[in-house]
Design a protein around this ligand. Structure first.
Ligand SMILES: Nc1nc2c(ncn2[C@@H]2O[C@H](COP(=O)(O)OP(=O)(O)OP(=O)(O)O)[C@@H](O)[C@H]2O)c(=O)[nH]1
Ligand SMILES: [Mg+2]
Length: 241
């Protein structure tokens, strides 16, 4: 008797076929597992050649950028994580092959960093966002307990004005109860509803919640194989709901 496949509970709505979804996921697993350290530069002017496509990870210091990169690539120690905020001072590049890159940007907003250093980071980030042609999208990470800081909003406005899509990860979702996490997600979505090209999801590097959705978004931006036909067709829809 033929088995009829029904959409399974918990699968994103845009994947009506669970088998296809799983096929896409293992292709994405493989694509992200290929990530390798490329280079670490103190200044965007020394970044790798501005060709192909790249996706940047930005956010407040300690928001969980490096942890997210490790969770997404399935590589525990690819990007260095730290209990000491302000650890990643360079732009750290990871190669996904085929002239595609991920870049871990210096965290901002850490009060104990000297003013002169903070200004220098600000300038470096601004120069990067202005000039980088291969930049396809920004993954903006915010601690789900402290979203939308002043600098988060500045960066969002800056990217929206430039026409650069932004996908927000509300990180450390494991620190909140499910109800509180959903409420925080709704609130941030509501706050950003007027911003074109901005999507939001919850994420946890610890429980891996949200890893498939975040990967699908990045893969679609980078044109990675396994991004999935359905995901490619609707790049503007919100994910993670
Ligand atoms: N519970 C929990 N802790 C997390 C999660 N992600 C990161 N952390 C912790 O938060 C701290 C900062 O994480 P990092 O990934 O180093 O943060 P970062 O944004 O790269 O920080 P900088 O490089 O300093 O800008 C570390 O102690 C991580 O273990 C998460 O999903 N859940
Ligand atoms: Mg870091």
């Amino acid at each position: 008797m033929p088995v009829k496949l029904e959409p399974m509970a918990g699968f994103p709505r845009r994947y009506p076929n669970p088998l296809k979804y799983m096929e896409n996921q293992s292709a994405l697993d493989a694509a992200f597992a290929r990530a390798a350290f490329l280079t670490s530069v103190p200044d965007p002017r020394r970044a790798p050649p501005d060709t192909g496509a790249e996706v940047a990870f930005a956010g407040r210091s300690n928001a969980g950028k490096s942890s997210a990169l490790n969770a997404l690539t399935g590589r525990r120690a690819l990007a260095r994580t730290s209990k000491t905020p302000g650890r990643t001072r360079h732009l750290v590049y990871f190669d996904l092959g085929g002239d595609r890159r991920l870049v871990d940007l210096p965290g901002y907003g850490y009060a104990r960093v000297p003013e002169a250093v903070r200004r220098q980071w600000g300038r470096a980030l601004e120069a990067y966002f202005r000039r980088r042609r291969s930049l396809r999208g920004l993954i903006l990470l915010m601690d789900i307990r402290h979203p939308l800081t002043h600098f988060d909003r500045q960066l969002l406005d800056f990217c929206t004005a430039r026409g650069l899509p932004v996908h927000v990860l509300l990180t450390k979702a494991d620190k909140l109860k499910r109800g509180a996490a959903s409420a925080a997600l709704l609130e941030v979505r509501r706050a950003l509803a007027g911003q074109p090209g901005v999507t939001v999801q919850t994420f946890s590097a610890t429980t891996r919640e949200g890893v498939p959705e975040a990967r699908a978004r990045i893969a679609a931006w980078l044109g990675l194989e396994g991004a999935g036909g359905e995901a490619k067709k609707s790049p503007g829809t919100d994910v993670g709901d």
